[in-house]
Design a protein around this ligand. Structure first.
Ligand SMILES: [Zn+2]
Length: 156
């Protein structure tokens, strides 16, 4: 728990520095939203985040959330995902500052007639190997990648 406290302090100082360097306003809402995101253990979209803020009686507009999300993305504090492949869905996000690199498996299933997607995170060291060989072959440094597998459960 103490560890977690330290983490959020560190995260907040990353944000503070980013806002300063980019001449952006240092508003308390931004820190509240950041803390909320770093308290979550799963992927979320803007609607989820808005709902959580409402339930906790923090009054922020959706516009503020959208705006803040863009700032966090640029500051490297969160990562954006597009989990929808079959259906056009809204972007999902997750905290990324301390996270180990991982990729995502999207499993489509029917839930009372409605199609939903279950997101599974996985980490396969072979992907690092692919990255290194691409770097060598093309003489580049790869900063990031995005990989999604989409599928359905096999029938038993
Ligand atoms: Zn993830």
């Amino acid at each position: 728990m103490i560890h977690k406290e330290n983490n959020i302090t560190q995260i907040k100082s990353v944000l503070r520095q980013y806002l300063q360097e980019n001449n952006l306003r240092n508003t308390p809402e931004r820190y509240t939203i950041l803390e909320e995101i770093y308290g979550m253990d799963h992927h979320f979209n803007v609607d989820d985040l808005y709902l959580v803020m409402m339930q906790k009686k923090y009054h922020v507009s959706k516009a503020t959330i959208y705006n803040t999300i863009e700032i966090f993305l640029d500051a490297g504090l969160i990562r954006r995902h597009q989990f929808g492949e079959k259906t056009l869905s809204s972007s999902s996000y997750e905290k990324s500052y301390f996270d180990k690199q991982h990729d995502h498996l999207v499993i489509y299933k029917k839930d009372s007639g409605k199609e939903i997607a279950e997101i599974i995170e996985f980490c396969d060291p072979r992907i690092q190997g692919i990255k290194r060989s691409i770097e060598e072959a093309f003489g580049v440094n790869i900063d990031s990648h995005s990989l999604y597998f989409y599928g359905t459960k096999k029938e038993e």
